[in-house]
Design a protein around this ligand. Structure first.
Ligand SMILES: Nc1ncnc2c1ncn2[C@@H]1O[C@H](COP(=O)(O)OP(=O)(O)O)[C@@H](O)[C@H]1O
Ligand SMILES: [Mg+2]
Length: 248
């Protein structure tokens, strides 16, 4: 049985950065095999992880439809194409869903993405899914239970409110979430009492707080994968305390 971790939250709250830190944490703990899933149509998890992707599932969709080679079944062709889109990196594999190419609706692309995940997930102990801001695609992406859902937010009252709305939206989807945890990112100093009150009012479980970290920013602006941030980095240290609590 694999353990599925998903990261959600408003755009720019640090989802992809956190997904990278989770993968790094699992690797350092010697846990695996790990499948990293980039479910954001503007794929950039690969940049945070410092790996190149050859193609996305969205890109291969058109060719999958058209040219099933003679003598091959559609299923085998599909498996072949999924393997082709899978990037094998040091200690983990990465699959990017990308955006659907050409005409056709997102539903077909989502069905394909789900088929792809269903095909792959059996091979991995840990699945880490980085999402885009909207979560609508999520229930179509996976029928699996999500063991741990991180909801990211900033520390503003509005941010916490948005996080609770995202939580409600996810609850409305046909998915089983075993545990959901709020992670507040890019915090300056100590959050005030209003912050804790709002978290309580919204009935969110606070997993922890990550400080604003110039090193994260510096890595990013230099085009260096934040996955490679040193353990001493403030944000990495805080993130690891959270992971220690929730990821076995
Ligand atoms: N704790 C942090 N301190 C400083 N910058 C951060 C921190 N967390 C994330 N960032 C930066 O914020 C930006 C958005 O992060 P990202 O992970 O891409 O968000 P999302 O995936 O939610 O859109 C990136 O430039 C990232 O490097
Ligand atoms: Mg992102």
């Amino acid at each position: 049985m694999s353990f599925t971790i998903a990261v959600s939250g408003k755009g720019g709250t640090g989802k992809t950065t956190l997904a990278g830190m989770i993968i790094r944490f699992l690797l350092d703990k010697g846990k695996g095999p790990i499948l990293a899933v980039d479910a954001d149509s503007n794929s950039n998890l690969n940049e945070v992880l410092g790996v190149q992707i050859r193609s996305t599932i969205g890109e291969t969709r058109e060719t999958m439809k058209k040219d099933v080679p003679v003598g091959m079944t559609k299923d085998i062709w599909f498996e072949y194409k999924v393997q082709e889109a899978l990037t094998e990196a040091r200690g983990f594999d990465l699959i990017a869903m990308g955006r659907p190419e050409g005409p056709g609706c997102y539903c077909a692309a989502n069905t394909l993405a789900r088929k792809c995940l269903d095909l792959l997930t059996g091979n991995y102990q840990y699945i880490v899914i980085d999402n885009e801001a909207g979560m609508e695609h999520f229930s179509r992406l996976t029928t699996r239970d999500v063991d741990l859902l991180f909801i990211l937010s900033d520390s503003s009252q509005r941010g916490i409110l948005t996080a609770s709305r995202i939580r409600d939206l996810i609850h409305a989807l046909d998915l089983r979430i075993v545990r959901e945890v709020l992670v507040v990112n890019r915090v300056q100093g100590e959050p005030g009492s209003e912050f804790y009150e709002e978290v309580k009012k919204q009935n969110l479980e606070l997993g922890g707080v990550l400080p604003v970290d110039e090193e994260v920013y510096r890595y990013d602006s230099e085009g260096k994968p934040t996955f490679q941030l040193p353990l001493e980095s403030k944000a990495v240290q805080s993130a690891r305390r959270i992971f220690e609590k929730y990821i076995q």
